[in-house]
Design a protein around this ligand. Structure first.
Ligand code: 5GP
Length: 180
């Protein structure tokens, strides 16, 4: 028994696994040329949602990469943004003068992206800061912010899979889907 009120059989595929994997190569190529050659890149994986995206993306990066992990929560168990950001774990090394890539699963209202960008710019003073998000819900934006790179623009619907959850479930799916 569990507290899940959604059935995986009702899930509709929005972005198939193959499309995601092809997009990773495209994104990695853009990221590669945006950081100075022969310099290290610190990749910041924003848990839990970007775990799959980040893990797959770094495999395509040819820079010397160090991976760091932070945890932010804005949704709890709801399907609408609470506008109430919580930095659950922000333990990071010194990133002053480093090349930093923030890796997010999705930009919805934009509040998390703004929070993270400001935090890194002000607190960590990186040499170069870039932001990549797999998904971009442009029409749901509450504040003006755009990532440096994104994989797919999607409609304002709640999606799951490939790291994104509903009540903690569905993160393990290799594709992005939604419940109609
Ligand atoms: P924002 O601060 O831009 O409103 O929201 C960013 C965070 O909300 C994402 O990192 C993600 O954790 C969560 N989120 C936004 N939209 C969705 C969605 O459609 N599905 C899921 N599972 N999480 C979402």
């Amino acid at each position: 028994m569990n507290n899940l009120d959604k059935d995986i059989n009702d899930l509709k595929i929005l972005i198939p696994e193959k499309d995601i994997q092809n997009k990773l190569i495209e994104l990695a190529e853009k990221i590669e040329v945006s950081f100075p050659k022969d310099e290290d890149v610190f990749v910041i994986c924003v848990l839990k949602g970007s775990v799959m995206f980040c893990a797959d993306l770094v495999k395509h990066l040819k820079h010397n990469v160090q991976m760091e992990f932070i945890r932010i929560s804005s949704y709890g168990h709801e399907t609408k943004s609470s506008n109430n950001l919580q930095a659950i774990d922000l333990t990071l090394p010194n990133l002053t003068d480093k090349n930093v890539l923030i890796v997010e699963d999705i930009i919805d209202t934009g509040l998390t992206a703004r929070f993270l960008t400001d935090l890194f710019k002000i607190k960590h003073l990186p040499k170069k800061l870039l932001f990549v998000s797999l998904l971009n819900k442009k029409s749901a934006r509450q504040i003006e912010i755009e990532p440096d790179f994104y994989g797919f623009e999607i409609d304002d619907k709640f999606v799951v899979g490939y790291g994104l959850d509903y009540k903690g479930y569905f993160r393990n799916l290799p594709y992005i889907g939604y419940f109609p």
